[in-house]
Design a protein around this ligand. Structure first.
Ligand code: C2E
Ligand code: MG
Ligand code: MG
Length: 576
């Protein structure tokens, strides 16, 4: 019996009715870093503590814990931990069962495990979902949450607050002339300089590439805002020392005030942005408070919207194809169709720059249909020409396509018209698309899946939803997000998360593909982990149709000695 209890990796402790330890197995001794002698007779609550949000641990005094153990109701609370001999502690998950003799409770058995690894992975996931990787500042998601809270507080205290949107002037030039590494360095330094100017009650976030947002709470007079924003701009205009270079940059800021300029998040944001564009127009390195007549930004958006409306008729959209490779054979087994816009003046535009507008204007419905149709017909052509008979085509769908009725019929028709086997089409959706409107999405996904079309979860891992939950959906493939792949072989947490996703996917019999593979090291790690498929610049960036056909014709295969590719390599020039 002792042997069995000692061979499990779970900690096991028995207590008597006074809560004193009467038995500890070897795993428990190891985890608590104490000998059996030190533990026997010790009160269980003296081994436990509670973690506070600031990271400190407080001893437990509540003797009710012991009676909960004795009735078998002891269960894990999020912040409970156990002490080691040296005073350090670790998070635990535990359960308890009463020990009964003729119906009388004589003690309890408590089993527990150290969940430090899992907690670390959870924290990492939380960080990824809420913070910007480059600057460590809150991202747009967390920012919106903070803005919401700030508005509620300001409303309650009948105060004023300001939203500042700040954009670096001509930042694109730094990236173009000095490279992205220099650009990244400047962004990190800017984040520090901005944070330095703020008071304790203010908060800052990076909204996108070179746009930052700052919330100034507890504003009693406008002069306070002038002082802070002047300081922000001054700090940025000081020289930046890069290797071999000293550069100067400036920034422009726009300010909207709650409640004068708006009481809703979207309006405050839009007005601060309009003011920021006005500041740029006025000659940069300056700031502007919002005024009603500022509608520059909405004008720009209207222009983008108008040209997007014409783009479909003018045949300006095209698809690029990125090969997906089987790690066992090294062969291309599929392609992801990625939308590009050939703008008459701007050149090839990235989807990141126009898909949000397509979604906001519902233009994503006709354009999405066009993508599905073109991709399926393309796949049919390849099959008919004897190129990759079983080549699979993946198409991205956005959440708006699920909110509007008709997606199932569209897919059915597209497959029929192209005369391809449904299992050769895979639709990619993100976790947030599912969560956006669970009921409608799940019904559509079930119908799509029943047709035989495959379903993949794109950018998996950053959406903060559990796989156990996703199990309820008809899913065939998980695409591990690039954020985890990028730091493989550098960041042990990302390695742990990737291995975990691969293992879980395998146990649920899902196919798994790693996105954004750029180096041989990442490739080898993924191969060792048992990942099935990869997609990334290491093998090929997304390419136009003719280049993709060439890859197929040449039977281009994955070699484990491929030269590493430059991670900045892209097939379009970003417009912002
Ligand atoms: P996604 O579906 O996750 O597509 C993968 C993105 O990762 C592509 O960016 C691809 O170029 C990029 N990528 C692939 N391998 C690597 C690599 O090794 N390193 C790096 N740094 N990047 C890599 P792209 O083409 O800019 O597309 C961005 C996103 O736009 C897509 O992300 C997808 O969410 C969306 N998108 C593209 N086409 C469509 C479409 O037809 N419909 C919808 N709704 N969304 C689309
Ligand atoms: Mg995708
Ligand atoms: Mg992706």
């Amino acid at each position: 019996m002792q042997l069995i209890l000692d061979s499990t990796d779970k900690g096991i402790i028995c207590i008597d009715t006074a809560g004193k330890c009467t038995f500890v197995n070897q795993s428990a001794q190891k985890m608590l870093e104490r000998t059996e002698k030190e533990l026997l007779g010790k009160e269980i609550i003296k081994l436990m503590c509670q973690a506070k949000p600031d990271g400190q641990c407080l001893p437990l005094h509540d003797s009710r814990i012991c009676s909960l153990f004795l009735t078998g109701q002891g269960c894990t609370v999020d912040d409970e931990q156990m002490y080691r001999e040296n005073g350090s502690s670790f998070p635990v998950e535990y359960s308890s069962y009463p020990i009964k003799n003729n119906g009388n409770i004589e003690g309890a058995v408590i089993t527990f495990s150290d969940i430090s690894e899992r907690k670390r992975a959870e924290n990492r996931l939380y960080h990824l979902a809420n913070y910007d990787d480059l600057t460590e500042l809150p991202n747009r998601h967390l920012f919106l949450d903070r803005l919401r809270q700030a508005i509620t507080r300001t409303k309650r205290h009948k105060n004023q607050m300001a939203l500042v949107v700040l954009d670096l002037d001509q930042f694109k030039k730094i990236n173009e002339t000095l490279g992205h590494e220099a650009g990244d360095h400047v962004l990190q330094e800017v984040s520090l300089r901005l944070s330095d100017c703020l008071r304790k009650c203010d908060s800052i976030a990076r909204l996108s590439s070179d746009i930052f947002a700052i919330i100034l709470e507890n504003i009693t007079k406008t002069d306070d805002i002038h002082q802070i924003v002047k300081k922000l701009l001054e700090n940025i205009s000081k020289p930046f020392h890069l290797t071999n270079h000293e550069i100067y940059i400036t920034s422009s800021a726009g300010i909207s005030i709650y409640p004068t300029d708006g009481t809703e998040i979207s309006i405050l944001q839009r007005n601060a942005e309009a003011a920021m564009y006005k500041a740029k127009e006025e000659g940069r390195n300056s700031y502007q408070f919002y005024k009603i007549e500022m509608n520059e930004k909405s004008y720009q958006r209207m222009m983008l919207e108008n040209s997007l409306r014409l783009a479909l008729d003018r045949d300006e959209f095209l698809l690029h194809y990125q090969p997906q490779v089987d790690l066992k054979t090294g062969k291309i087994f599929g392609a992801e169709a990625l939308l590009r816009w050939q703008h008459p003046k701007l050149g090839l535009v990235s989807p990141a720059d126009f898909i949000p507008t397509l979604e906001e204007t519902d233009l994503i419905i006709p354009v999405g249909k066009w993508v599905l149709k073109t991709a399926c017909q393309q796949a049919k052509n390849w099959h008919s020409n004897g190129l990759g008979k079983d080549l699979r085509i993946s198409v991205n769908l956005s959440s708006r396509q699920f909110v509007r009725p008709g997606i199932v019929d569209t897919i059915r028709k597209v497959i029929q018209d192209a005369v391809i086997s449904p299992h050769l089409l895979e639709v990619e959706i993100t976790e947030s698309t599912i969560m956006h409107n669970i009921q409608v999405t799940i019904e559509s996904l079930k119908a799509i899946s029943a047709m035989g079309v495959r379903v993949a979860i794109d950018d998996f891992g950053i959406g903060y939803s559990s796989l156990a939950y996703l199990k309820r959906f008809p899913i065939d493939t998980l695409k591990i997000d690039r954020a985890f792949i990028r730091d493989l072989t550098i960041d042990p947490d990302d390695e742990a998360i990737t291995s975990l996703i691969v293992a879980m996917a395998r146990s649920l019999k899902l196919s798994v593909i790693a996105e954004g593979v750029e180096t041989n090291k990442q490739l080898l790690f993924l191969k060792d982990t048992g990942c099935d498929h990869i997609q990334g610049f290491l093998f090929s960036k997304p390419v136009p149709e003719d280049k993709f056909i060439k890859l197929l014709q040449d039977d281009h295969r994955l070699s484990f000695e491929i030269e590493e590719k430059n991670s900045q390599e892209r097939d379009y020039c970003p417009i912002s």
